[in-house]
Design a protein around this ligand. Structure first.
Ligand SMILES: O=C(O)C(=O)Cc1ccccc1
Length: 315
């Protein structure tokens, strides 16, 4: 299904066989469309902003190593991309080598940095003196074993042997057998996916510099409106020490009154709020919140205020 510049293709971290490709297989609207393998998150997002691809799927967070820094930073600095869906992929890893290699011969390992971080315990136990060569993806780590001899083994997805003639030296080398990676589908479309009742909203928020309590004031925007956060990560802005932006996932949709009201509060108090998108949760779990934060309560309060201003009798 791989194809070049069609404008309707879906970009993913390639080559075929990556976990990112497994995530793309879950995207119903990508079925039957051309898929474009790329080498990094920046390339995937540039495909979207240039219109070369209709959407791209990128890893954003995993349950062992946390947020994927490259993705979070790219989303913060590439205006015009929106998250339109999320997908979960269970991840486990094998150690592979050119045929005939034994575990005792392994000195240097090719691995995507995020995969490497998830196998650190196993590697420290079984290969304490190994060196690490970073690769652009889990499949490229394995493919590179045939390109040169700078590494003896690679960390790869278990399905790698369907693509490449390699020996599996060890299975299940991930430090957590239940590891899951969260992927997001991003597009340049301004259209926000419809509210489903099981939605997430992602934001990036900067705080005013050197203001005591600024972080607490930001969090209060959510707590006073019954909005639950499922992710809060800080990432350095990069221009000076001590300057951070916050990547936030909320339960709820932009068209939920309590979420919209929290965004108004953030907009008033933060020097920069980036709306990354509202989209259906991967687990389709209905968002729960106390009934005092129902849409109707916000609407009633607004109507009451409008009545006071316009002098409506009884308001
Ligand atoms: O999609 C892949 O296979 C990647 O190389 C990125 C990655 C790395 C580690 C866990 C999940 C995805």
């Amino acid at each position: 299904m791989d194809a070049a510049n069609t404008g309707e293709s879906y970009s993913y971290l390639g080559p075929a066989g990556t976990f990112t490709e497994a995530a793309l297989k879950q995207v119903p609207e990508a079925a039957g469309k051309p898929w474009r393998p790329v080498n990094n998150v920046g390339e995937a997002l540039a495909d979207v902003t240039s219109g070369r691809s209709v959407a791209a799927i990128i890893a954003i967070e995993n349950s062992v190593d946390g947020g994927v820094g490259a993705t979070l930073d790219a989303l913060a600095t590439m205006p015009g991309v929106r998250i339109v869906g999320e997908y979960l992929v269970p991840v486990n890893f094998v150690l592979v080598a050119r045929p005939g290699t034994t575990l005792a011969e392994v000195r240097t390992i090719n691995a995507h940095p995020v995969a490497y971080a998830q196998c650190r315990g196993w590697l420290e136990r079984e290969l304490p003196a190994h060196g690490h060569l970073p690769a652009t993806s889990n499949v490229q780590a394995a493919a590179a074993l045939f390109e040169d001899a700078s590494a003896d083994a690679a960390i790869a997805p278990p399905g790698i042997t369907e693509h490449l003639e390699l020996d599996v030296l060890a299975r299940d080398i991930g430090d957590n057998p239940n590891a899951v990676t969260r992927f997001v589908l991003v597009s340049a479309s301004r259209r926000i996916p419809d509210r489903t009742g099981a939605d997430k909203t992602s934001l990036i928020v900067e705080l005013p510099s050197d203001e005591p309590g600024a972080l607490l004031a930001m969090l209060e925007q959510f707590s006073t409106r019954g909005v639950n956060m499922s992710q809060l990560q800080s990432r350095p802005i990069g221009d000076a020490l001590g300057r951070y932006r916050f990547v936030i996932d909320l339960d709820g949709h932009l068209t939920d009154e309590r979420v919209a009201d929290a965004l108004l509060g953030l907009r008033r108090t933060s020097p920069n709020v980036i709306f990354l998108g509202s989209y259906p949760r991967a687990d389709r779990r209905e968002v729960e919140y106390p009934s005092r934060f129902d849409d109707a309560v916000f609407i009633e309060a607004r109507d009451w205020l409008r009545g006071l201003i316009t002098g409506e009798p009884g308001a």
